[in-house]
Design a protein around this ligand. Structure first.
Ligand SMILES: *[C@@H]1O[C@H](CO)[C@@H](O)[C@H](O)[C@H]1NC(C)=O
Ligand SMILES: *[C@@H]1O[C@H](CO)[C@@H](O)[C@H](O)[C@H]1NC(C)=O
Ligand SMILES: CC(=O)N[C@H]1CO[C@H](CO)[C@@H](O)[C@@H]1O
Length: 410
């Protein structure tokens, strides 16, 4: 097991900001990475466009077994559906050890060097509420313990490399959807939509906000997403919109106010946008200062899109992802429908030219909004359509992202 040298230093308030807004970022050696004289390859966040170009750290703190089955098995979780199930079956102490090994090895500092060398400027980190351990009902809930120091380490590295960070509450108390490991559990029903579960999530948000503003490792965190992918059923989400969202705003702002955070340094607060299908997130907001919105766009699961290469390109070129502003398309991939994905028309090993164009089409469209975050940085699927770094290696994603505008795709 790895020993962490991470010390949570209270170093005053760090600033929150959006890419494109000036902020000096210093390397470990104290160099201002955005000063041209120091580094000619580094620029301040894309001054021309100011767009987010990022990757998700999928399966780091909220493990989705399908992304990395080998690692999941090596953690002793092979037959289990979710983190909750694995911890329940292994027992707390064994699980803590095995999850720590994973947190310390799935993403290492070199990953961030590679991301910046690929022109990326942002990471989105899915986390579960259980990273604040005193919120867990230990008699009935089972989650691995000890992740916070690894989150600090990862954010510290990403900050050293000048990446903008979005922390995303991906696993909400009670589970915001049923039977999906991406909530950290495989719940029979979505149990999140009741007051006491909202209250636990609000306590998570207050705590995370306080950490972000008081711990130097979190200095590049500019955005906190308050609920990933709630149920897509407007009849079930009334209290989410009328209670949880406005309360999240007031509780996060109150936590910042208690730390004397100035207005321009407040976090951006992100919610799924209205295209997601959980209603209009702004409906009950009385204050949307520094609000941001998240769009997830997996065309493979959109049955209204006819499945052909030409249609995928033209759909992506003409895809209007607006709705709420600013919107960041924070989950998307190059994957195509399961029933055709290995056919000759779609096989990734022979259709690189198509995937290159489709990547370009999606990037150009999502950059009409405030940018994008690919799902995901790495996987064990051996399929670059779900792995940014594999797609770079395959020559499908260029290391100079601006070149997607030169391909004449749209
Ligand atoms: C970073 O990229 C280099 C060069 O492609 C590669 O050899 C290395 O394995 C990558 N590091 C990680 C952690 O993936
Ligand atoms: C915030 O400002 C007030 C008034 O200046 C001061 O009393 C308080 O100690 C400050 N709190 C923090 C956490 O800096
Ligand atoms: C599969 C696996 O790696 N299991 C390990 C989990 O952690 C315990 C120690 O707590 C090890 O003994 C197991 O080998």
């Amino acid at each position: 097991m790895k020993t962490l040298g991470v010390i949570a230093t209270l170093c005053g308030l760090s600033a929150a900001w959006m890419p494109g807004v000036h902020k000096d970022i210093y390397s470990k050696e104290g160099k201002n990475l955005f000063e041209k004289s120091v580094s000619s390859t580094r620029k301040r966040y894309l001054p021309g466009s100011g767009k987010i170009r990022g990757v998700n750290l999928g399966s780091l703190f909220v493990f989705e077994p399908w992304i990395a089955e080998t690692t999941w098995s090596s953690m002793g979780c092979g037959n289990q559906n979710s983190e909750f199930d694995c911890v329940n079956s292994e027992g707390q102490d064994t699980a803590n050890t095995n999850f720590s090994d994973h947190w310390g090895s799935w993403i290492v500092e070199e990953d961030f060097a590679n991301m910046t060398s690929y022109g990326l400027n942002t990471i989105r980190i899915p986390v579960g509420y259980w990273i604040r351990e005193d919120l867990v009902y230990t008699d009935s809930e089972h989650f691995p313990q000890g992740a916070l120091s690894y989150l600090e380490q990862v954010c510290g590295w990403a900050s050293d490399h000048g990446l903008y960070i979005i922390i995303d509450l991906h696993g909400a108390p009670g589970a915001q959807v049923s039977q999906n490991a991406d909530t950290g559990q495989f719940a029979d029903t979505p149990g999140f939509y009741v007051d006491y579960q909202f209250e636990r999530a609000l306590q998570f948000l207050e705590w995370m906000t306080t950490n972000i503003h008081s711990n130097d490792n979190f200095r590049n965190v500019g955005m906190l997403e308050i609920a990933n992918e709630p149920v897509q059923d407007s009849t079930q989400v009334g209290d989410l919109l009328s209670s949880y969202y406005p309360n999240a705003f007031s509780r996060i702002r109150a936590a910042e106010s208690a730390l004397n955070v100035t207005e321009n340094n407040e976090l951006h607060i992100e919610m799924m946008n209205n295209l997601w299908g959980s209603g209009d997130p702004t409906q009950y907001l009385t204050d949307n200062y520094f609000a941001a919105y998240d769009d997830h766009r997996y065309i493979k699961w959109d049955s209204s899109v006819a499945v052909s290469q030409d249609n995928y390109i033209s759909t992506s070129c003409n895809d209007d992802r607006g709705g709420n502003t600013p919107t960041i398309v924070s989950e998307w991939s190059l994957s195509v429908p399961d029933d055709v994905q290995w056919n000759s028309d779609w096989d990734p090993s022979t259709n690189q030219e198509f995937y290159k164009k489709w990547f370009a089409a999606q990037v150009m469209t999502y950059e009409k909004q405030d940018g994008w975050v690919f799902w995901t940085w790495k996987s064990e699927l051996g399929d670059y359509r779900w792995s940014y770094q594999d797609a770079v290696t395959a020559g499908v994603i260029p290391t100079d992202l601006d070149t997607v505008y030169d391909l004449g795709v749209c």
